[in-house]
Write a protein that binds this ligand. Structure first.
Ligand code: XBP
Ligand code: MG
Length: 257
C-alpha cells in the first residue's frame, strides 16, 4: 500500500511538554484557586495513564476523595481549572520555554516538501497545539498540517481510536496509507486500534514502557551527526529517521506479515 500521510501526536512526541509544561501549569492553577493539590513529577507520571486534563483531575480527585468528586458541581470546577491551566500553559509555551524534540522539524519539512499529507491527532486542545507550533516553527507552522484533530472533537480520547479515525476521515485516506508517531502506550493503542503502523519515540515519562506491535521504538528521530537508535521491524537500528527509511520499514513489515 502506498503511504500518503503521516500523523503526529503532540505531547511527548513533538515536544516534551508534560513535566515542565502541563504539570507546572496544573499546579499553578490549583494553587491560584486555593486547592492544596500538588502534582510532583513522579505522581504526574502515574496520572498520565489518564489522558486529557479534565479526565486526569477527575481521576485524581476520585483517588483522594471519592464522594466529593461525583457531584455535577465538580465538572464546573474541572472546566474552570482546565481553562486556567491552559492559559498558564499557553503563556509558558509562547515565551519559548519548550522546544521541539530533535528531528521533528526536519522530518515534518521533508514530508511536506515531498508532498505527503500531515496530520495531528492529540488529546490536548487546538489552542495548545497552535501555540506550540507557532512558538517553535513560526506563523506558517499550522499550515504545514492539513488536519489537526485535537481535544474534544471526539468524545472518547486516547487510547480509544476515535481521534485517529477522525483525522483519517478528514484527510481522506485509509489507515494503511498512514504512519502514526506516538510516545506513549495510550497513544500506541489509539493508533493501532485505528489500524495505523506506529513509530514510537518514548518521552521522558514513557521510556520504561514496552510497546508491543510498534513499527519502530526509537530514542528519537535523530539528526545528522546525532543518530537515533532502537528497534525497527524486529531488528536493532540506528540512524536518522527520514521518509525513505519509514517507507522501507513499512515494506519490510508487509513482507514479514
Ligand atoms: C497528552 C495528554 C494531555 C496533556 C494535557 O496528549 O494526555 O491530556 O497531558 O493536555 P497527547 P490537556 O499525547 O495526545 O498529545 O490538559 O489539554 O488535556
Ligand atoms: Mg503523547
Amino acid at each position: 500500500m502506498t503511504i500518503k500521510a503521516f500523523i503526529f501526536d503532540v505531547d511527548g512526541t513533538l515536544a516534551e511538554t508534560e513535566r515542565n509544561g502541563h504539570r507546572v501549569a496544573f499546579n499553578r492553577a490549583f494553587s491560584e484557586s486555593g486547592l492544596d493539590w500538588h502534582w510532583d513529577p513522579n505522581l504526574y507520571g502515574e496520572l498520565l495513564a489518564v489522558t486529557g486534563g479534565k479526565e486526569r483531575m477527575r481521576h485524581y480527585w476520585r483517588t483522594i476523595d471519592p464522594m466529593a468528586a461525583e457531584p455535577t458541581c465538580a465538572e464546573e470546577l474541572f472546566r474552570r481549572l482546565h481553562r486556567r491551566k491552559n492559559e498558564i500553559y499557553s503563556e509558558m509555551v509562547a515565551s519559548g520555554s519548550i522546544e521541539l524534540r530533535a528531528g521533528v522539524r526536519r522530518l515534518l519539512r521533508e514530508a511536506r516538501e515531498r508532498g505527503y499529507l500531515l496530520g495531528i491527532a492529540t488529546t490536548t486542545t487546538l489552542e495548545n497545539v497552535e501555540v506550540l507550533l507557532r512558538s517553535t516553527m513560526g506563523t506558517m507552522a499550522t499550515s504545514l498540517f492539513q488536519c489537526i484533530g485535537a481535544g474534544a472533537v471526539v468524545v472518547d480520547k486516547k487510547p480509544a481510536p476515535d481521534i485517529y479515525e477522525w483525522v483519517l476521515r478528514r484527510l481522506g485516506v485509509q489507515a494503511e496509507e498512514c504512519v502514526a508517531f506516538e510516545d506513549s502506550l495510550p497513544g500506541l493503542h489509539s493508533a493501532r486500534q485505528a489500524g495505523l503502523e506506529t513509530v514510537i519515540t518514548p518521552s521522558e515519562y514513557s521510556c520504561n514502557s514496552a510497546f508491543p506491535h510498534a513499527l519502530a521504538v526509537l530514542d528519537g528521530l535523530g539528526e545528522p551527526g546525532s543518530p537515533a537508535s532502537g528497534m525497527a521491524v524486529g531488528k536493532s537500528w540506528s540512524g536518522v529517521v527520514g521518509v525513505d527509511q519509514i517507507l522501507q520499514w513499512i515494506e519490510a513489515r508487509e513482507t514479514t506479515s
